[in-house]
Design a protein around this ligand. Structure first.
Ligand code: MN
Ligand code: MN
Length: 308
């Protein structure tokens, strides 16, 4: 880690990673972290535009070397950079989609795994477009209170409720290899009927290991993209989000599921919908930073075994 600094001190990047905004500097990098301060697609409370900064700030509490329970510092095994925030003109929200797709595509062609800090869940769509270009249709592991498969795909909507129906419509996903975890809302229509849903009630009767086993069974060897909408967590653990739904997972449940996903063929990760204006004691941003760090540990664990 180099020089140790108090968590409240120094410039802010995710986990104190070096800031490398210029894609020319990403060659040979394993992980490119980027923020997307975009929240105009939300159906309820805005504020996720402040998510990337809050997650970065809370990550500074975690940047102290080996991570429990992994027992190592993932950045001893991964070369990672924080690329800052994807730029777009706030007066042209549509610009975000193409800028983010192009940003992710540049990271993927440099051989890096994208770790994206949202922003509302609409931000996952341009990322998936870039992933499809590189890997073909991908498996999505979605942690969320909502399936985000509303009607209206193909109509050009900027709407965080249609991300996965739109992704299916655009052929970005391998539907049968997709799994949604923590769901506790209903959707009309047939979009995403081929996806596996492990709803919140099931999550509360299954152990994290059993949930992870089910995820592995569905995803198999497919290129796997893990998207975590922070509202998958119960509002008691993550009040700072735009569309909270009671009855969700605890931060421990979610982490324990991630810990069991070692060895999947991960191609990317995002953490979305952190809206700091509704947070309490910064617990939502801290949970988000911790989950993003657990994902980095998953990647690093693959490297330390030599199979990454
Ligand atoms: Mn969502
Ligand atoms: Mn949600």
């Amino acid at each position: 880690m180099g020089e140790q600094r108090a968590s409240y001190s120094g410039l802010t990047s995710f986990m104190r990673l070096p800031v490398v905004e210029d894609p020319a500097g990403w060659r040979g990098v394993d992980v490119v972290v980027a923020g997307v301060p975009f929240d105009v697609a939300t159906t309820n409370r805005p504020g996720a535009r402040f998510g990337p900064r809050a997650i970065r700030e809370q990550s500074l509490q975690l940047a102290w070397g080996p991570i429990w329970p992994w027992g190592f510092d993932p950045f001893d095994h991964l070369r990672a950079v924080d690329a800052g925030d994807v730029p777009f003109d706030w007066g042209r929200p549509r610009e975000m989609e193409e800028n983010l797709r192009a940003h992710i595509a540049r990271g993927l062609s440099a051989g890096a795994v994208p770790v994206t800090l949202g922003g509302d869940h609409f931000c996952t769509l341009p990322v998936l477009r870039a992933c499809k270009e590189r890997f073909g249709p991908v498996a999505v592991i979605q942690f969320d209170a909502h399936r985000d498969v509303e009607e209206g795909a193909g109509e050009g909507r900027i709407d965080h409720g249609i991300v996965f129906s739109e992704a299916l419509h655009e052929g970005l996903l391998d539907e049968r290899a997709c799994v949604q975890v923590g769901i506790r809302t209903t959707y009309p229509g047939e979009a995403g009927a081929g996806m596996t849903v492990i709803d919140a009630a099931a999550c509360h009767t299954m152990s994290p290991a059993r949930i992870a086993a089910k995820i592995r069974e569905v995803v198999g060897e497919h290129p796997a993209y893990l998207t975590f909408d922070i509202d998958c967590l119960d509002p008691a653990f993550a009040p700072g989000t735009g569309t909270p739904v009671p009855g969700g997972l605890s931060s421990h449940q979610a982490r324990a599921i991630l810990w069991e996903l070692r060895g999947l063929n991960f191609i990317g990760f995002d953490i979305m919908e952190v809206a700091p204006p509704y947070d309490a004691g910064e617990i939502t941003a801290l949970a988000a930073a911790t989950l993003a760090l657990d994902f980095c540990c998953l990647l690093a664990a693959a490297r330390t075994r030599g199979d990454g």
